[in-house]
Structure formats: C-alpha cells, structure tokens
Design a protein around this ligand. Structure first.
Ligand SMILES: [Zn+2]
Length: 358
C-alpha cells in the first residue's frame, strides 16, 4: 500500500469499528444516507458505516439503495475509499455507490458499485437484480402518482377534444366525398404525400442517332406547394371520435384510484395500471396529432395553395376550391357554395394532453 500516494487517505478509527446496529433490513436509513453522502461527499464518515472488508463467505448483502457524491466533487474527480477493496485510497464515486446491508454482521457498508462482485459474483448479481426490481417498482409508482394528479385536467381536455373530433369526423368525409364522388376529381392520389406538384414540359434539341439534330420534349414533375393536413381528405379516413371516447372511458375508470389505494396495491397490479396509463396516453396523443394535422388543412393560406394548384393548367386536376371567412366553396361538374365550416374547425385551437416525463 502506497502511503504517499496522492489518493491515500487516513481513516478515523471510529469508522473501522463494527456497528452491528441493524438487525433488520434498514430501509428507513436510505434517505438519511443519501442526504449525508450527497452533501458531505464523505460516505465513510456516516455514523452507521462499518469500514471493514466484508467476510468472503458470509451471506451476501442486500442493496438498500444507491448513494451519490456531490456533483462538484465528481467534476473535480475527488473519489472516496471503499471498505471492500481500497479502505485507505480514494477510488470510487463517479457513478455513486451502493448502500449494502450485511445480515450476518448486522452492519451497513457504503461500498463501490461493483466491489462486492469481486468477492462473490453470484451474490452480487442476485442483490443487484433485486435492487433494480425495487427501483423499477418505485419509478412505476412515481409515474402513476404523477399521472393521477393530472387526470382531471386530462379528462377535461379530452372532453373538449371530442367535440372538435366529432365535427372533423362529420366535415372532412363530407368534403372528401363531394370532391371524389360528386365532382369526380381523383384528388387523393395527387395530394397523399403532402406535395402539390405540376407537370412541366421542357422542349429541347439533341443529336439524334443519325447524327442530325432532333427536337424532343421531356415531362418533369415539379413540386409547387406543400399541402398541410392532406390526410383529412383520405377517402378511407378513420373516425377519431370513437377512439377518443373509448380512451376517455378507460381514463375515467382509473380516476377512482387515490394515492393511498395505489400505494397499497401489489406491485404486479401497479405495473398493470401504469401500462394502461401509457397505452391510453399514447393513443390520445396519436389522435391529438392527427386532429392537429387535419385542422391545418382548413388554414386560409393552405386552402389558397390548394386552390391555385387545382386550377393550374399544368396540374393533374381541374376544379375550384376556396375559403371565405367561415365557408368553403367548391366548383367543378357541380357547385357547392358556402358550405359552413364548423365553428370548432375554424381556428387551430386544440386542447392538449401532454405526456408526463417517464
Ligand atoms: Zn470496493
């Protein structure tokens, strides 16, 4: 052992004294230890820590939790000694350490994250798997509690969203049907990728096979505009309202849980609840994105672009469409003048259900 190493550190005798004060799994000390280490950066000075190497053949520890050093200390790379392997040298701390409880000796050691594995790999693997399971359960519980706090707000947003979706489900298929069936314009195939293109014919002269100059024309597809919300006019557009309604009911079912009842459920059941929450929220968000996109179709600038493209002689379709204030008009083989756009679709206001951080 190099006493003169810059990493050498003198450890107080008190730290080495065995402290068999913990006959039971000491979960109640986890918060205190975390607080102590993350403020002092000196885990070996915690009053309950035993700074001796664990016996090689004893019962493997249980990992109560993880502890961390102060951020500034990690940045300065000032590490801490480990009772298992380097009791007098600053050796670990970059990724924090483990609060290890040794039931045979009834002691707690604050050790490096991989240290006990060197003594007993299998014992370490079992203990770390158990810790990870508990950490996962904890994070699922936290997730559920975060969600529960926001359920009333989300339900209100979905209620409003349903009103808008209902109008969209009526309005867009009606417009699409009038364009495709009544005006007999094959619009969808030309707008489905969100680009409004026209075909340009370019004439030129080139040298032919016989060596003589010859004229030729080339047809080039040229994008004119981007069209937002084109999917609203898909003839096979799926309804949004029934899915939103279903999600509203599913979410409402979860709203009878309180923090108290969730905490007392078995872990397995909590996992099912958090999965269900994720499923509902993802689904609502998908519907919300669809609706937001479709509502953009009716924007004045967007409709103006569609109008200009639809009457362009170089374009693949020929009909008129225009928006004036709250009304849409379309003209071709037939005329539809002044179709009222539902109030809910005249603006781009959409309530949002934002996912909480995982
Ligand atoms: Zn160690």
């Amino acid at each position: 052992m190099n006493v003169h190493s810059s990493e050498y550190i003198e450890i107080e005798l008190a730290a080495r004294e065995p402290k068999p004060f913990f006959p039971h799994y000491p979960s109640e000390y986890e918060a205190e230890i975390k607080e102590f280490t993350s403020t002092t950066g000196e885990p070996w000075k915690w009053w309950g820590h035993t700074h001796t190497p664990p016996p090689k053949h004893g019962t493997p520890p249980k990992y109560v939790g993880r502890f961390y050093l102060p951020k500034k200390q990690v940045e300065a790379k000032v590490w801490v000694p480990c009772p298992c392997c380097w009791p007098n040298h600053r050796k670990f701390g970059r990724k924090g350490g483990l609060i290890a409880w040794f039931p045979d000796e009834k002691v707690i050691r604050l050790i490096g994250p991989e240290c006990y594995a060197a003594l007993n790999q299998e014992g370490h693997d079992v203990a770390i798997a158990d810790l990870k399971r508990r950490e996962k359960e904890k994070s699922e519980l936290d997730y559920i509690l975060r969600c529960l706090g926001r359920l009333p707000e989300w339900l209100a947003a979905i209620n409003q969203m349903v009103l808008i979706a209902y109008q969209a489900d009526q309005f867009f298929p009606m417009i699409s049907s009038r364009i495709h069936d009544s005006l007999r314009i094959k619009l969808w195939r030309h707008i489905r990728n969100g680009t409004l293109s026209v075909t340009e014919e370019i004439a030129g002269i080139r040298v032919g096979r016989d060596g003589e100059p010859e004229e030729y024309t080339e047809r080039l597809s040229t994008p004119l505009f981007q069209l937002e919300g084109a999917k609203a006019l898909n003839p096979e557009r799926k309804l949004i309202t029934p899915t939103l309604e279903e999600m509203r009911i599913a979410l409402k079912k979860l709203s009878h849980f309180t923090e108290e009842t969730v905490r007392t459920r078995p872990a397995q059941e909590r996992l099912a609840i958090s999965k269900e929450l994720r499923r509902i929220l993802r689904c609502v968000q998908t519907m919300q994105e669809r609706l937001r996109d479709e509502m953009r179709l009716l924007g004045q600038v967007n409709i103006n672009r569609l109008r200009q493209w639809a009457t362009d002689p170089r374009g693949p379709v020929d009909f008129e469409i225009e928006r004036k204030d709250g009304e849409l008009s379309m003209r071709g083989r037939k005329e539809y003048n002044g179709i009222p756009i539902p109030e809910e679709l005249r603006t781009n206001y959409l309530p949002t259900v934002d996912l909480p951080l995982e």
